[in-house]
Design a protein around this ligand. Sequence first.
Ligand SMILES: [Zn+2]
Length: 108
Amino acid sequence: MSDKPSRNEEEYFAKRSAELLRQQRDSIMKTAAEVERRAHYMKCPKCGYDLITGEWHGVQIDQCTHCHGLWFDAGQAESLLADPHPNMFARVFRAVLRGVSGAKASDV
Ligand SMILES: [Zn+2]
């Protein structure tokens, strides 16, 4: 009887090593993606400075502390567009959207 590992054993350990390496790589990639995401959380997408949350004319917005850019969630944009009695902010938003998209006034 030989001490040399059989071909089946070698194959088994090679497959197991490859699987463990794949799992470690996946875990590292997930961690790196999470760290990247957290680094951008509440940061201005334009200049990278911090965003602060506030309310303006009943709409919750995030404002950049540096460039003063305004950001709000997609759901907020939809509610501004759907509002049958738009406040001043909603009217400004609709006007800006018309300018950006080139849509006709009746479309927005
Ligand atoms: Zn900014």
